[in-house]
Design a protein. Structure first.
Length: 190
């Protein structure tokens, strides 16, 4: 069974919306505003590209990343990696041709089936709505969280507000940085 890793830049109050400057959100670009850059805090991002064997995205994040990430040196490790987009509305004609093999999955059941295949870890970037569904369905195996020392208030959250049984996590890696950022890696306890 493949490991599904949810990775996110997240504010202390759980917001994951528009960390890189995506338009339409009041606090857009919050990861680089008022937080000093400390390179070692982002080591995990390079490691994710080396360790992952596939990427899973929701439709909105795919449509935001696919025009930009294929030509960015910072994301070169993802270029040829197989990608899976969870969407009920995208068609093959909506997929870019310069970002490696991409398949459309139509449901979380198809994500569960993908996890049953042979291969290495699958990494999930962006995709707040998808993250919530994956978490609620018990499909996430690990969380890579870079927690920013910010309270953003409104915005898309990583975790849903669904009333459900408690899910235990085990902290397997952590570090705090001089700029207040915290790296927290949790395995989901089954």
């Amino acid at each position: 069974m493949r490991t599904l890793i949810s990775t996110a830049f997240i504010s202390l109050d759980g917001v994951v919306e528009a960390p890189g400057g995506e338009p339409g959100y009041r606090n857009s670009g919050w990861t680089f505003k008022d937080v000093a850059f400390v390179p070692e805090a982002f080591e995990i991002k390079g490691r994710e590209q080396q360790e992952a064997s596939a990427m899973l995205l929701g439709r909105t994040s795919y449509q935001a990343f696919s025009p930009v990430w294929p030509d960015m040196a910072d994301f070169a490790g993802y270029k040829e990696m197989p990608k899976y987009v969870v969407s009920t509305t995208l068609t093959e004609d909506d997929l870019v041709t310069n970002w490696g093999e991409t398949a459309i999955l139509r449901s979380l059941d198809e994500v569960a089936a993908l996890k049953e295949t042979d291969g290495g870890p699958i990494i999930v970037h962006g995709s707040a709505t998808l993250h919530q569904g994956l978490s609620d369905a018990g499909l996430v195996d690990r969380y890579h969280l870079l927690v920013f020392p910010l309270l953003l208030g409104a915005g898309k959250r990583l975790f849903s507000a669904t009333d459900k049984d408690a899910q235990k996590l085990r902290l397997v890696e952590h570090e705090a940085y001089a700029n207040g950022l915290q790296k927290n890696v949790f395995n989901v306890v089954r």
